[in-house]
Write a protein that binds this ligand. Structure first.
Ligand code: XMP
Length: 336
């Protein structure tokens, strides 16, 4: 029996590597959630990432419509991502899904802000504001579900021991005083690979469960410097092309994280025989075990040429494509 209240994973807990083990875990987790929650209501911030999606699917199985999922679109999602959340949780599953398009709220606050930490703080704080606004509209909610996983617990132990964080990571937490919820954290003893197996056993789409990690502040930390809507649009389109080409060339499951960053600089180029000033798109493709250090994946040149040709032809505003060769350290994985 797993102790779902403990923050320490017992040595005896078997690694979940197949559907049989996943189904056994799901059965225990469902019983534990039902015992904890009873007939009360639960709220979940559903980003569409692996962890929150698996918690959502697990809770839907355990308590059905006692769960309300709130998906906040901060306008910094990748192409098609909010749509996938609506498709899976709003249409395919029997789920109370509240979708909030807060794009303008976020982009208006971020206008003119170029300092990376200030951007992170604005996005994190506004996320809590939007989520809290939605939570206050719902009546009788007593629990907040979270997609905390075991590495998050290990990380917070490290921080409590006084190790300095390089960046202020943002995840939900720190809700205002008037919103006091008890936490439901059914996957907090699982490692990421286990969360994925459990997700597939719960019937979530493979693409959602094997989605590469995506930072809380989203494309906000990849649209470098002060975010503008046109550059953010270019970044989103270029990133979608990169993901498409990686998938088509068998790289999507070989490379741990890959994305585009677009800096706030323009260079002179030429298009249709005329001067064409545009931003560069920077490709980042890294492999890592724990995100503390990272190495650069070697991408075949023909793939890089194809991506370059497509991005410069299809994306308005981009006239060059660069490949970032910097491991971590000295670069961090994200540029901001
Ligand atoms: P860095 O850039 O610090 O990133 O090397 C390490 C990993 O963490 C992701 N990342 C975040 N994840 N909230 C998250 O949940 C955040 O605020 C955040 N910032 C960075 C990053 O994408 C990489 O996988």
């Amino acid at each position: 029996m797993i102790d779902f209240t403990s923050n320490v994973r017992p040595e005896s807990m078997e690694r979940i590597t197949n559907f049989d083990l996943a189904n056994a875990f799901i059965e225990e987790a469902v019983a534990a959630v039902r015992a904890q929650v009873g007939d009360k209501k639960v709220l979940l911030a559903l980003s569409g990432g692996v962890d929150s999606s698996v918690v959502a699917a697990l809770l839907i199985k355990a308590i059905g419509r006692q769960l309300t999922c709130v998906h906040v679109n901060h306008g910094l999602m990748r192409k098609g991502e909010s749509e996938q959340v609506i498709e899976v949780f709003g249409k395919e599953m029997d789920c109370n899904l509240v979708y909030v398009d807060a794009t303008d709220r976020f982009l208006d606050l971020l206008a003119g802000v170029s300092d990376p930490e200030s951007k992170r703080k604005i996005i994190g704080a506004e996320f809590i504001n939007v989520f809290a606004d939605e939570a206050r509209k719902l009546e009788g909610v007593e629990f907040l579900a979270q997609g905390t996983i075991y590495p998050d617990i290990l990380e917070s132990v490290k921080q409590a021991e006084g190790k300095k964080a390089v960046k202020s990571h943002h995840n939900v937490g720190g809700l205002p005083e008037d919103l006091k919820f008890a936490l439901v954290e059914p996957i907090k003893l699982l490692f990421k690979d286990e969360v994925r197996v459990v997700g597939e056993a719960l019937g979530l789409p493979h693409a959602m469960v094997y989605r590469q990690p995506f930072p809380g502040p989203g494309l906000g930390v990849r649209c470098l410097g002060a975010i503008t809507r046109d550059r953010l649009h270019a970044l989103r389109e270029a990133d979608a092309i990169l993901r498409e080409e990686f998938a088509m060339n068998g790289l999507a499951e070989k490379v741990w994280q890959y994305f585009i960053a677009v800096p706030d600089i323009k260079s002179v180029g030429v298009k249709d025989e005329s001067r064409y000033e545009g931003w560069p798109a920077i490709i980042r493709a890294v492999n890592t075990k724990d995100a503390m250090t990272a190495t650069i994946e070697e991408i075949p040149y023909p793939v890089l040429h194809k991506i370059t040709a497509r991005i410069t032809a299809e994306v308005e505003g981009i006239n060059r494509v660069l490949f970032d060769l910097t491991p971590k350290p000295t670069g961090t994985i994200e540029w901001e």
